[in-house]
Design a protein around this ligand. Structure first.
Ligand code: MG
Ligand code: MG
Length: 258
């Protein structure tokens, strides 16, 4: 799973290098798809079943779009934010990760949203090794977002991940009676989950777009999304979609396509 995670990490580095004013979101999608295919990795999002199959390798969600935005001819502008979510399967195993980028200079409130959402994911990474159950981690995440006067999206949650991108358990970024009663889980060795806080400025409510995929905030306020694939191992928590730690983990870029 680390191999898949490294490829996803590198795909998101391609997105980071391209997330500039004047770029179309479809251009980022094409480069990342090409990168995966040239490294024998299968893009996981393309063809994902829904009312219509998802048509692209990345989800590109701009500004008030929360997640599942379809890349297209939209041109990024100074002050926008762009969330890029992508996943691949390599040698039978999956990786899934997302980052939200500032396009050029952004307003202070926008930067705060990015910082708080990214920090919410870091809080999960810090507390998983210290907690027995997921609900304890979710509580820390929810508390932090609330303290900053933002809203955790509840309609969508993280997930187990392995040979398939979406496996049990559900991994919500908030605590509900249902979580505590029905699907809380132990943070024990062997658990591999994609943790993905989605945070909105003005409301937790979201709406599905006419394309049957794009989820946007109900009040058109901005939304950010950060995600990592995390494994609880005998050597502690591993962030499978984090950057390479040493030379043996370097991805061969000789097939890198432009
Ligand atoms: Mg994802
Ligand atoms: Mg995910």
């Amino acid at each position: 799973m680390r191999q898949a995670g490294l490829l996803v990490w590198h795909g998101l580095q391609i997105a980071a290098s391209m997330a500039r004013p004047g770029v179309k979101t479809i251009e980022i999608d094409r480069r990342i798809e090409c990168f995966f295919v040239e490294h024998d990795a299968e893009p996981l999002f393309k063809g994902h079943p829904g009312r219509v199959p998802f048509p692209a390798t990345i989800c590109a969600s701009v500004n008030d779009e929360v997640v599942h935005g379809i890349p297209g001819d939209r041109i990024l502008r100074e002050g926008d934010i762009l969330s890029v979510d992508t996943g691949c399967r390599f040698d039978g195993w999956c990786g899934d990760s997302a980052l939200t980028f500032a396009i050029g200079r952004v307003a202070a409130e926008t930067q705060k949203l990015l910082d708080v959402t990214s920090r919410t994911l870091q809080i999960a990474i810090e507390f998983i090794p210290k907690c027995k159950k997921w609900s304890q981690v979710a509580q820390k995440m929810e508390d932090y977002v609330r303290k900053n006067d933002f809203y955790v999206v509840e309609t969508l949650v993280g997930h187990g991940i392995g040979r398939e991108m979406h496996e049990d358990p559900q991994v919500p970024n908030y605590v509900s009676p249902e979580l505590l009663k029905h699907y809380d889980f132990e943070l024990q060795r062997g658990v591999v989950i994609a943790v993905e806080p989605m945070v909105n400025i003005g409301t937790k409510r979201v709406r599905v777009g006419k394309d049957h995929w794009t989820l946007s905030t109900a009040d058109k306020s901005l939304s950010a999304h950060f995600e990592h694939t995390l494994a609880i191992t005998e050597k502690g928590l591993k962030v499978l979609t984090a950057p390479p730690e040493n030379d043996s983990e370097k991805v061969d870029l000789s097939a890198y396509c432009n």
